[in-house]
Design a protein around this ligand. Structure first.
Ligand code: BEZ
Length: 238
């Protein structure tokens, strides 16, 4: 029994898996996940606790960037192992009292899940007992419009996330899908992209000779993909 509980506490979905389903109470009403978000990308993320400083800085940053994520067809859903009234009180405090790095009067409009029983946190492997047995780590699940998990990033309790990186991930995943390419280290829209590996000697030779393709060697070929083309495809027109 104890072993089963321990297993449950550390089990986690993987990249390529369907996002585990759940129904939850949130600061924006009840949600059915992921079906309510079908057709959108979603970032489901956890934070350790309400009324803590790193989490407050993160929520202010994420809420300030919510429109930018929405333009990229991406919705945000937060979670911590706190109750609904704690969530409401914390979000009210953030709006009314906290000023940080030029951000103030910040209203968190995206849903924040109450997960006092840890049901969702356990399903998503957000409790990592050697870090903390009662607080969720800073997990980030990127889920595509069909409800498939496409990227997972975990941070420990002490480390605030880089939200520009989370945005870069959303754009890069969509660019990979839309243009059938891969994105190299530190890729940003406008940088060259990587084309898939050659599947035959003939393709490898053709690529080496193609003026539009830049091959460092037969297995490492890039091509231009301009920023406007990427962003016009991905970002919703205002
Ligand atoms: C924070 O958000 O400040 C925090 C939460 C839990 C542990 C450490 C820091």
């Amino acid at each position: 029994m104890e072993q089963a509980l321990e297993q449950q506490a550390v089990s986690m979905p993987r990249i390529g898996d369907p996002a585990p389903e759940f129904t939850a109470v949130t600061t924006q009403g009840e949600i059915n996940f992921p079906s309510d978000f079908s057709g959108s990308w979603v970032i489901l993320f956890s934070h350790p606790a309400d009324f803590t400083p790193v989490c407050t800085s993160e929520f202010m940053t994420f809420a300030t960037m919510e429109d930018k994520f929405a333009e990229a067809n991406c919705k945000l859903v937060g979670l911590s192992i706190d109750g609904l009234y704690s969530h409401i009180a914390w979000l009210r405090t953030i709006k009314e009292k906290i000023e940080y790095k030029g951000m103030k009067d910040v209203e968190v409009m995206f849903p924040l899940i109450e997960d006092i029983k840890m049901d969702v946190a356990k399903k998503y492997g957000m409790i990592q007992p050697n870090e903390d047995t009662t607080k969720a780590v800073r997990a980030v699940f990127f889920i595509d419009p069909k409800g498939t998990i496409r990227t997972i990033i975990y941070y420990p309790l002490s480390l605030g996330r880089n939200f520009e990186e989370l945005y870069r991930v959303i754009i890069a995943l969509q660019a990979a899908d839309e243009f059938g390419v891969a994105t190299p280290a530190d890729w940003q829209p406008g940088d060259d992209v990587i084309i898939g590996p050659a599947g035959s000697c003939g393709t490898a030779k053709e690529r080496m000779e193609d003026e539009d393709i830049d091959c460092k060697d037969w297995f490492f070929c890039t091509k231009k993909l301009d920023k406007e083309t990427v962003l016009n495809k991905i970002l919703k027109k205002k």
